[in-house]
Write a protein that binds this ligand. Structure first.
Ligand code: ZN
Length: 245
């Protein structure tokens, strides 16, 4: 018994639903991979920020150490100042102390700038840490969601594939090979509706002879241009039924 328009419409719908599921099954892991890559980039930013904060702290410690050196040098010079007897030595020491006091002021300014830098980087690190924590949770949630969804979708896909196999029983043996070839070529759209006297797959006009054969429903009709298996859409079938009597 040849396939009815209803059989073919159902088969086309099953193919399209299976394709939609396959698309979802493959797009999920792609989305996840993109999010994971973005997460890795954020983690790298966080690592870099942690390193630069550490460097800024080391810089500050060096400056503080340098300041201590200047201060103890000034203390030593002050001790010497009280011990020298000669006026020119006294003056030279005073000049040295004045010079070192300038260096001390400069070091103190540098330390203030360095401390501000540490503060800024500390805040930035905290912001990045919170960001990474939040997005890591989002990625984990997405992964979990995709895992449970894909199990469900794989199960649905298996059911659809079984249903497609059943529906394909309506394709007569003589047309099996051609059907396999167009499925391999067009996938879910190996079938096409014939609407307004044209193939919906390639939009080429269908001959009146083919329309008649489609209405008779005694044999399968393939588009002469693209090879797709044609079927009539519902209104055209019901018109046929009315005029056929
Ligand atoms: Zn066509």
């Amino acid at each position: 018994m040849p396939a009815t328009a209803q059989n073919l419409r159902d088969l086309h719908t099953l193919h399209q639903r299976a394709r939609a599921l396959r698309d979802r099954l493959s797009s999920g892991p792609r989305t996840l991979a993109a999010r994971q890559a973005a997460q890795a980039a954020r983690q790298a930013d966080l690592d870099a920020a942690r390193k630069s904060l550490q460097d800024a702290k080391v810089r500050t410690q060096k400056l503080e150490h340098g300041l201590k050196g200047i201060e103890s040098k000034i203390d030593d010079l002050k001790v010497k100042l009280n011990q020298v007897k000669k006026n020119d030595e006294y003056k030279a020491l005073q000049n040295q102390i004045a010079h070192d006091n300038n260096a001390k002021s400069k070091a103190e300014e540098d330390i203030l700038v360095a401390l501000e830098d540490v503060e800024t980087r500390t805040a930035e690190l905290a912001r990045l840490e919170a960001d990474v924590k939040r997005t890591a949770a989002e990625v984990a949630a997405l992964q979990q969601q995709l895992d449970s969804q894909s199990t469900q979708h794989r199960e649905q896909l298996r059911e659809l594939e079984a249903a497609i196999k059943d529906a394909e029983a309506a394709i007569p043996d003589v047309h099996r090979d051609h059907y396999r070839r167009i499925v391999a070529r067009y996938g879910a759209d190996a079938l096409a509706a014939c609407e307004d006297n044209s193939c919906h797959g390639c939009y080429t006009a269908v001959t009146p002879q083919m329309i008649n054969e489609l209405m008779n429903g005694e044999t399968l009709i393939f588009c002469l241009s693209c090879g797709r298996l044609l079927y009539l859409t519902e209104p055209e079938v019901s018109t046929t039924r009315r005029t056929g009597k």
